[in-house]
Design a protein around this ligand. Structure first.
Ligand code: BGC
Length: 282
């Protein structure tokens, strides 16, 4: 897609890299934008619609279709535009294998098929936290950071992405660590904070317990926070107690969109070396 094809979408004069469409299906909202895959810059508006209730595959596919139609109304989306989609569950070979914050109907369903059919395009699916992690490792807060880096996305649930020297260990699901008899995310996600009416200080005190657990298992060198809560880091960072430094995601709540777009251009099921190449192209 050239700048003229983008119809004035680009905020800068030069389009630096190949564009791709990133979609982020969350428990609360479905969001998408066209992304410059070299810079992570959004080349279109970010369109967000509420996640349908119930969030069945067909309903989510319909919402996604509506969003993509709106983007297409802003300017043409070429037929060969790579499309990546992050989903809130374990995703293997395009199939959703766990369903905590999305309708049970997704279990074992190929997101790539359902969304691909709805959009009439090839769609590459990935876990939403892994997508956000890829965006941050390649272009954001984790760029050029060796060692163990963990991104936690805190919104409706808690998602995790674990990298060792830039290589992703996919589908880690550390939001489901058991704490006090519950999956950690049911007590310490952003939505759980709202539901329980916790002040930032109270929430951070409990979240510290969760971070301590994650740190005791994995000893990260850097923790990156993304998702709805990351834009409020200034309100609670003073209360956090961790061994590793904690930083907000560079792309904040759009990391999932950016990473899904990057994943689509990296394409397919990658080996560790290939993932490394996607994260740190020479
Ligand atoms: C899901 C994860 C997801 C996280 C954030 C959890 O409930 O199990 O796969 O990454 O929510 O959306």
């Amino acid at each position: 897609m050239t700048e003229s094809q983008l119809n004035g979408r680009s905020r800068s004069r030069v389009v630096h890299g190949p564009p791709a469409l990133g979609i982020d299906v969350g428990g609360t909202g479905v969001k998408a934008a066209v992304v410059d895959t070299n810079s992570g810059e959004l080349l279109s508006n970010r369109i967000r619609l509420k996640t349908p209730v119930p969030a069945t595959p067909q309903a989510v596919a319909q919402t996604t279709r509506e969003i993509v139609d709106r983007l297409a109304a802003e300017g043409p989306l070429p037929a060969d535009l790579p499309v990546g989609c992050g989903l809130p569950g374990v995703v293997k070979e395009g199939r959703v294998l766990t369903v905590a914050n999305i309708d049970q109907g997704w279990l074992a369903v190929s997101a790539e098929e359902v969304l691909g059919d709805a959009l009439g395009r090839r769609v590459i699916a990935i876990n939403d936290a892994d997508a956000a992690g890829i965006a941050e490792m390649r272009l954001g807060a984790g760029r050029d950071r060796p060692g163990t880096v963990i991104l936690l996305t805190i919104g409706t649930g808690i998602g995790s992405a674990v990298f060792r020297d830039g290589v992703l260990l996919p589908n880690t699901e550390f939001g489901h660590l058991e704490m006090d008899g519950y999956a950690a995310e049911t007590e310490w996600s952003g939505v759980a904070r709202d539901r329980r009416g916790l002040k930032w200080k109270e929430w951070a005190a409990g979240f510290n317990g969760y971070l301590a657990r994650v740190e005791s298992y994995l000893w990260p060198d850097l923790l990156i926070l993304s998702g709805g809560v990351s834009k409020s880091l200034v309100k609670f960072e003073a209360y956090l107690e961790t061994r590793a430094p904690v930083v907000p995601a560079h792309f904040l709540n759009t990391a999932g969109i950016v990473g899904a777009a990057l994943w689509a251009t990296g394409v397919g099921s990658l080996t560790g070396q290939q993932v490394r190449d996607v994260l740190s192209p020479s």
